[in-house]
Design a protein around this ligand. Structure first.
Ligand code: FAD
Length: 284
């Protein structure tokens, strides 16, 4: 049987305070990489720009010829909002929607319609029976779940509601992902699971992101930051090498795919891709 893992990238819309053109710089910088798809994140909360994801997805598909997946966070949306988003995604020609609950914002009241991502998955499935629906998963468990097993039981509900593909949260210890994958398979979760890899690009970013995602910084990542934290250029190179090695080991373990969080940094993404490309393009 042949094995060909998927390779996908994630970009985010520029902040409202940044010029919209910065996303073109990111996408131009990614030209020629030919990933299986690029996913575009969706802002959560009442003040986020609800058109940005569809606009960028449309550009990626029409101008760069790459399949796109639109993220959608629904905690602060009602049925009409979701219908509107799905119409925008249809027009943008997306190949799938990553259905998310979104993080809790303490200062805002939830709309109370989509309490969990699985509610959004069921709704999208009822409205778009043929649309691929992706879901998020957490190798080190979602921070709100009491145990990894509880989180996996909830994940099974989400998959049963109609998720056809999973993408994982970032992690730095591959054993965490492999353990999670074993438990997910034991729980009867049989859809593909892409492993989320976020390169270390600078010390503050990795501290902020691991805190935000409740992911652990592994010993090698801590050592890298300790050694090169005050030399951002070398840390970035070390981060690319570390991510490439992480991907190499994951592919050797037969993962379904790798989802690279680009952080809108095409230089880092290209350098990782140049290391790992043969693992994805040579069919064995
Ligand atoms: P859920 O699947 O709803 O899970 C949230 C919590 O509820 C978990 O603890 C789970 O165990 C529990 N739970 C789930 N279902 C049930 C149930 N039926 N009963 C009881 N408990 C339940 N955030 C953004 O704002 N924008 C993005 O674009 C974005 N993209 C992401 C992409 C990926 C690949 C990942 C991994 C995360 C992304 N996030 C994004 C972050 C995400 O929104 C947060 O992690 C959020 O807190 C949870 O979203 P979810 O869809 O996983 O929620």
């Amino acid at each position: 049987m042949t094995y060909k893992p998927k390779f996908s990238l994630e970009v985010f819309p520029p902040k409202r305070t940044s010029p919209i053109g910065t996303i073109y710089d990111t996408l131009d910088g990614l030209r020629g990489l030919d990933p299986d798809f690029i996913s575009v994140t969706y802002g959560t909360g009442k003040s986020s720009d609800r058109t940005a994801t569809a606009r960028i997805a449309n550009t990626i598909r029409s101008e760069y010829g790459i399949k796109t997946v639109a993220h959608l966070t629904a905690r602060y949306l009602d049925y009409d909002d979701v219908d509107e988003a799905l119409d925008m995604f249809d027009k943008a020609g997306v190949s799938g929607v990553l259905a998310l609950r979104g993080d809790v914002i303490e200062s805002q009241n939830a709309a109370g319609v989509f309490n969990h991502a699985s509610d959004l998955v069921s709704y999208i499935r009822s409205k778009r029976p043929d649309l691929p629906i992706l879901g998020a998963c957490y190798p080190e468990k979602h921070p709100e779940a009491a145990t990894l097993q509880e989180d996996i039981d909830n994940l099974k509900r989400k998959v049963d509601a109609g998720v056809t593909y999973l993408i994982s949260q970032l992690f730095y210890n591959n054993d965490d992902f492999l353990h999670f994958r074993d438990l997910a398979r034991k729980a009867g979760i049989n859809v593909p699971i892409e492993a989320g890899v976020m390169p270390v690009v600078n010390a503050n970013q990795v501290k902020r992101m691991t805190k935000m995602c409740s992911s652990k910084m592994s010993e090698p990542v801590l050592a890298m930051i300790e050694r090169w934290g005050s030399n951002p250029e070398v840390l970035q190179d070390a981060g690319s090498i570390f991510a490439s090695q992480q991907i190499n080991d994951l592919v050797a373990e037969g993962v379904d795919g790798i989802h690279l969080y680009t952080m809108n940094r095409p230089g880092v993404t290209r350098s990782i891709w140049s290391n790992v490309k043969p693992l994805f393009t040579k069919i064995v």
